[in-house]
Design a binder for this molecule. Structure first.
Ligand SMILES: [Cu+2]
Length: 149
């Protein structure tokens, strides 16, 4: 029994020593970065200034889209790779849905109400657009394309 108690004591002492070492180690690096925080802030401020010099690439591309039985217009929707795209979609008749699975987009379009969808066209290709809310006999054929060049 005594040996077991000794071992437990040893373990306790060891773990306490380890904890103390860790605490010291943590303190040292914590003191070191403290003065460098203003430097990091200064660097961040510098990098904030830089993108402001090239705002033209950041300007979003707005496209108005009409949804009605059983098509979208324009079709295809054309954008450039890297564009920040703002789609303003209005259903002219019944409720439709607007889905582009390749960009994780799927929103209902209540009739007569403009729905705004924003995304970044971060890959080139031709992507499926389709209606995701049953809207009548032609629903299955209510498809379009998004072309990212
Ligand atoms: Cu539909």
């Amino acid at each position: 029994m005594k040996t077991i108690i000794r071992m437990i004591w040893l373990l306790l002492v060891l773990s306490l020593t380890l904890l103390a070492c860790q605490a010291e180690q943590q303190q040292e690096p914590m003191q070191a970065p403290a003065p460098s925080v203003p430097e990091a802030l200064a660097q961040e401020q510098d990098s904030v200034v830089l993108p402001a010099e090239a705002p033209t690439t950041q300007a979003p591309v707005e496209i108005s889209v009409i949804a009605k039985r059983f098509s979208f217009s324009p079709d295809p929707i054309r954008v450039k790779k890297g564009d920040r795209v703002i789609l303003k979609i209005t259903s002219m008749d019944v409720e439709h849905g607007f889905a582009i699975p390749a960009f994780g987009i799927n929103k209902p379009l209540p009739p007569g109400q403009e729905v705004v969808i924003e995304f970044t066209a971060d890959k080139t290709g031709t992507f499926d657009v389709f209606c995701s809310v049953y809207c009548g006999t032609g629903h299955k054929g209510m498809k379009g394309k998004l072309v990212v060049e």
